[in-house]
Design a protein around this ligand. Structure first.
Ligand SMILES: C[S@@+](CC[C@H](N)C(=O)[O-])C[C@H]1O[C@@H](n2cnc3c(N)ncnc32)[C@H](O)[C@@H]1O
Length: 231
């Protein structure tokens, strides 16, 4: 293993690889009525979640190129080369995978998601690269990826599931993971998050997540999805 990779394995770090993604304007109040029904439908990760009304999820999950700068950052961060294998865990319709190949032709990309709907309606360029599976049981060999990404996906499992998912990421890409999860830094952020959130089963402070990472022996990199509020 090259020296740089050995160093990165020892120093997990907080890094915002998604910093170019435009901040989403959220009408939190709109999700409060009918929350239980919206949540029930969202948790099916089907049409309603991806392409139904905003109260039930994305409100229309369409390719718009916003992942290109993220893909560029991922390629640079992991020093990826043509022929390297990259896994996107909770890849939805495969937009990031598509953009990774545009940024670095020759990359071997694989995606995994529990949603049959997302896989069926994936970007044409991602067809044949996506598997239906859960992030706590990755159907891949130990150390088989140069990078494993899990952006806003593992927190859809309960704490025990998250622990297993982190162990799985470490197994398939030791020290070469990037995990982004729902977090909050104050009671107010938690309150707003709970009004908005539909599918997450595990959410914590960054310190709480770091404890879980340590418990799982996860040594990759990470960042937080936080609904910022005026305190
Ligand atoms: C908020 S979306 C994130 C999609 C994409 N990673 C992104 O950042 O735009 C969460 C994704 O996780 C998927 N998901 C939910 N539970 C999962 C599980 N147990 N294993 C794998 N994927 C899961 C959902 O179907 C959905 O595509």
């Amino acid at each position: 293993m090259p020296e740089a990779e050995t160093d990165r394995r020892k120093q997990p770090r907080e890094i915002n690889l998604l910093r170019s993604v435009p901040k989403i304007v959220r009408d939190v109040g709109a999700r409060v009525p009918n929350k239980e029904e919206n949540r029930r439908l969202a948790l099916q990760f089907g049409f309603e979640y991806f392409d139904g009304p905003r109260e039930m999820g994305y409100g229309g999950y369409r390719y718009d190129g916003r992942w290109i700068p993220v893909a560029e950052r991922i390629v640079a961060h992991f020093d990826l080369k043509p022929g390297d294998r990259v896994l996107d865990i909770g890849c939805a319709k495969g937009f990031l995978l598509r953009d990774l190949v545009e940024v670095l032709p020759g990359l071997e990309v694989w995606g995994l998601d529990v949603s049959a709907y997302a896989i069926e309606t994936c970007h044409p360029d991602a067809q044949g690269r996506l598997l239906r599976a859960s992030c706590d049981a990755l159907p891949f060999a130990d150390g088989s990826f140069a990078a494993a990404l899990a952006i806003n996906s593992i927190h859809n499992l309960d704490r025990a599931g998250c622990l297993t998912a982190l162990e799985e990421i470490e197994r398939v890409a030791p020290g070469r993971g990037f995990v982004q999860v729902d977090a909050y830094r104050s009671e107010r952020e938690l309150e707003v998050f709970l009004d908005w959130m539909l599918t997450a089963k595990t959410y914590d402070s960054p310190a709480g997540w770091l404890e879980l990472f340590a418990e799982a022996g996860y040594t990759g990199d990470y960042y937080w999805t936080i609904l910022e509020v005026e305190e």
